[in-house]
Write a protein that binds this ligand. Sequence first.
Ligand code: ADP
Ligand code: MG
Length: 418
Amino acid sequence: MAKLTIRDLNVRGKRVFLRVDYNVPLEEKDGHIVITDDTRIKETLPTLKALIEQGGKLILTAHLGRPKGQREPSMSLRPVAARLAEMLGRPVAFVDDCIGEKVEKTAGLLKEGDVLLLENVRYYNEEEKNDPAFAEKLAKVADVYVNDAFGAAHRAHASTEGVARVVAKRGGKCAAGLLMERELKFLGDELENPARPFVVILGGAKVSDKIKVIDRLLEKADTILIGGAMAYTFKLAQGLKVGKSLVEPDKTGVALAALEKAKQRGVQFLIPTDNIVATPVATDKLNKKGKPIIDLNNPRTNTDQNIPDNEEGVDIGPATAEAFRNAIVGAKTILWNGPMGIFEDKRFAAGTNAVAQAVVDATQKNGAKSIIGGGDSVKALNKAKLGDKVTFMSTGGGASLEFLEGAELPGVAVLSDK
Ligand code: ADP
Ligand code: MG
C-alpha cells in the first residue's frame, strides 16, 4: 500500500490522535442508553492493541449521530467508553469535550499504553465544516495522527482531514490503522489486478447511486450481474415494461450506454429474465419516518420479460438466481454491492440469499476472493448468517461506494505516503 500504516510507526511515548468510527446504534432501555451492536468498536481493537503494545498514548475521537453542532446528550460517546473498556480489558478515560483545557490536561497525564476517548466531535459545527482553527485545537494533543475510520474517510471533516494536515505540517506522521489498511487492500489493491474470472454483482435501489461504479468496473470485470430495483431501469431502457417497479426513467440513457460499453469490451452483462412481483396497495398507515406504508400483496413469480402494469418487481426470480449462481461459483474474484430485492421482507429475500450462498460456495470451494461493499449488502449477509464465510466485508457504506468509483477519499489522501 502506498500509504503509511501503523506497522511503519514507532509511537512509544507519543500522543496518538486516533480517529475511529464509533457511530454505533443506541437504544434507550429502562432509562439507560445501551449499545445494540458493538461491531464497530470490536473492529478497532486490533489497531488499539497494536498501538498500546507499541507504547503509544492513545487519544480517540469519533462522531455519533447527527447532533448538528449541539450538545445532544442522547448522542454522547460516554457509553462507548464503558463498552470499549470492557472489550479492551483495560480502563478507558473519558472527557466530555473534544477540545480545550480539560482535554489537554487529561492528555498530558496519559502514560504509555493509556487510552482516552473524547466526546462526540460533532458537538461542534466546525467539525463538518473542516474549520482550520478547530482542526488546530484538535491537533493540540496530537504528535501522531492515525485514521481507522474508513466509513468517515469520504468526508473532509476536521477530525478526518484538517487535523491530519496540521500534524503533517508540523512534521508529524499520519498513518492508516489496521482496519483502514484492510479496507484499502480489499477494495483497492485486490481489485486492481483481480484473479479471473472477476464477477461483479450489483443491486440495490438506484442506477444513479451506482452508475459510476458500473462504468469503472466495466473496465475490469469479466461478468456483471444486475439485480435489485436498478435492473428495472435497464429493462425500461431495453423497451420492456416494468409495471409499478421502482425505476429512474431519466437514467435509461446511462443504462443503454453501460450495455453498449459491455458489448464493446466483451463483458458478459446479465439482467434478470424473471422476477418476483407483488401488487402494491396503499394503506392509511404511516411508517416511523412518516411515509405512507404500501403493502405488497400476492407475491408470485413472473416469468415474462415484461412486468404487468399493476405489479411491482421486488426480487429476482428463481431462473435468474440460478443463472447468477452459475456465473458466481466459477469466479476467482467477486465484488458484491447491493441486494437483489427488498430483502428486509423475508418474502422477497430469496434472490439475495441465493446469491449470498453462491458467493460463499465460490469462496469456500473455488478459492475465490469475495469482497462485499455496501451497508445493506453486509446487513443481508449477516442476516443470512453468512458474514464470516466471505473474504471481506467492508465497514464503510458510502465510503466504500465512493472508493469503488475510483474517487480519492480525503481522509486517505491526507495520510503520509510510504
Ligand atoms: P447497499 O447499501 O448494499 O449499497 P443500496 O443502499 O443501494 O445497497 O440498496 C439497498 C436497498 O435497495 C434495500 O433497502 C432494498 O430494499 C432496496 N431494493 C432492492 N431491490 C429492490 C426492488 N426491487 N424494489 C425496491 N427496492 C429494492
Ligand atoms: Mg444502502
